[in-house]
Design a protein around this ligand. Structure first.
Ligand code: 9PG
Length: 490
């Protein structure tokens, strides 16, 4: 059926499953696919990526859509069916920019949905169960935030800032050890960090979540040391993936999502090989994942950075194929929440963004930072590559989520050692962290000069007043930062 909507004095013709209902400042469209004609031409399209590391920006509708090199066509880059290189498409929500910073926002109020745009229309597609849609026209940032609130009215919210976080990844990477953690804790004495989080490198294998020999005293002891030093113990786990080398993959081949050839579906490539995805429609897999999470909580970790979560939603054959793959993701993370209990702080990473609302306190909203600004992968189309510029740009473009799920822009570099960034580039990163009210670092205290330590201590001790002036400009404790230069927007 075709309807005509009068929004803010503009007429939009809309094709939908039923008559849109007026809500406060937006319209609710009944469940099903929806097409809205727009008068704005080849303007900008807000393209929203599937997971944390997927490109999110205002794209030029007149330019080619995001594409990705064949060798990088993996779900760790983005949702592949939404990345055909031909159409401007994104996950759950999209927007068309109009005059004066206004935009027409179309967003799914459910999972398994994507949004596509051309110079004359914007379309919402349901890939599994029909979902309802949010439509609004007005200031782009305000309308996206209104959409976030509409999602949270249905999915709930657990939004909470964790306080300053020290994370082991961006200094030690996989070489982290118990001795290095003890050293860091000693160096942090007197600091105002809330969380000290051990990242990738403690486990025996991806998929086998038992402690390795680099942590001879064990995980309960590690958690106790962090707690006794006055911090909340944090731990990294990738609960939905198993490496091809793992004992779990070989002892339970029936737990894995399968590809069309009947082989384990490759969720991505990392750690010197392929990793596979667990089938979260299986009750035995769900119990296994819940045991992994419950054990980490029993060890004493009450802040969990759960990574590579997108794997629960990759394409493939599962025991129960009746559910949409994003609905499977949602089920999987709800099972994790049940196992972790209400008091464990859960940070999603590499997770599906909109379906994480209501289950996680926070989500990573950008690519991995790196001690360099631009993408150095050698492939300019590798938008999931580590790059501080990508991380700053993506995080800036997802600030609208902040009222319903805390947004983690990844860690700030305070050090100039082992770091190629200019002071200006480092300042963009620090400022986006302040705007997100999510300040983390991986800098070991002994890598910092005395001056850098002062800047770190001041940054984590005091959250300045933030005022957004327009899309790109923010007043941060009296100074003005303009993120336009760092942005990947058209
Ligand atoms: C640990 C790291 C850190 C980091 C996470 C995540 O697309 N990729 O191939 C890709 C690989 C690694 C990655 C992100 C993307 O990093 O974001 O903070 O925890 O895992 O291995």
């Amino acid at each position: 059926m075709t309807y005509s909507l009068d929004i803010e004095g503009l007429q939009f013709s809309i094709e939908a499953a039923g008559e849109p209902e007026r809500c406060e400042g937006w319209w609710l469209v009944p469940a099903g696919d929806v097409v809205v004609d727009h008068p704005f031409g080849a303007t900008q399209f807000y393209r929203h990526g599937w997971h944390s590391w997927a490109l999110t920006h205002w794209a030029d509708l007149g330019a080619p859509a995001v594409s990705i090199a064949p060798e990088r066509r993996m779900f760790q880059a983005d949702d592949l069916p939404n990345l055909d290189g031909l159409r401007h498409r994104g996950s759950w929500v999209g927007a068309i920019s109009g005059p004066d910073g206004d935009a027409l926002v179309l967003g799914a109020l459910g999972w398994d949905a994507h949004v596509e745009a051309t110079a004359s229309d914007i379309t919402g597609h349901c890939d599994a169960a029909p979902v309802e849609w949010f439509i609004g026209f007005g200031n782009a940032e305000a309308m996206l935030a209104r959409y976030a609130t509409a999602v949270a009215e249905r999915a709930g919210t657990r939004r909470k800032s964790p306080g300053p976080v020290w994370c082991s990844w961006y200094s030690f990477y996989e070489d982290i050890t118990e001795a290095a953690m003890i050293d860091v804790l000693a160096g942090l004495e007197g600091s105002s960090f809330s969380v000290v989080q051990l990242d990738d490198g403690w486990q025996e294998e991806i998929g086998d979540w038992t402690v390795n020999d680099d942590f001879p005293s064990g995980m309960s002891s590690m958690a106790a040391r962090i707690r006794d030093a006055g911090y909340r113990p944090g731990l990294w786990i990738a609960p939905f993936i198993v490496h091809e080398r793992s004992a779990t993959a070989s002892s339970h081949p029936e737990w894995l999502v399968r590809d069309a050839g009947g082989n384990p579906a490759v969720a991505g490539k990392n750690w010197g090989g392929h990793y596979y995805a667990l089938d979260l429609t299986r009750p035995d897999v769900t119990s296994h994942v819940q045991r992994v999470i419950a054990r980490a909580v029993e060890w004493g970790f009450t802040y969990l950075k759960l990574d590579f979560l997108f794997a629960a939603g990759i394409e493939g054959d599962r025991l129960d194929n009746s559910l949409g793959r994003e609905a499977v993701y949602r089920r999987g993370i709800e099972a994790i929440r049940d196992a972790a209990g209400p008091d464990t702080y859960l940070l999603a990473c590499g997770g599906l963004i909109v379906p994480s609302i209501g289950v996680f306190e926070a989500t990573r909203v950008g690519q991995d930072v790196a001690p360099h600004w631009e993408n150095q992968s050698g492939d300019a189309y590798d938008y999931a590559a580590p790059s501080t510029r990508y991380a700053v740009s993506n995080s800036h473009s997802r600030l609208w989520l902040d009222p319903v799920i805390a947004v983690d822009p990844d860690v700030v570099y305070f050090r100039t050692q082992h770091n190629e960034m200019s002071l200006e580039e480092m300042a963009y990163l620090r400022d986006i962290a302040l705007v997100c009210d999510f300040v983390a670092t991986s800098d070991p205290p002994h890598w910092l000069t005395a001056e850098e330590r002062v800047v770190l201590d001041q940054t984590i001790a005091h959250q300045p007043t933030i005022k957004r002036l327009d899309r790109y400009r923010f007043e941060i404790g009296g100074r003005i930062t303009d993120f336009r230069e760092a942005s990947l927007d058209a």
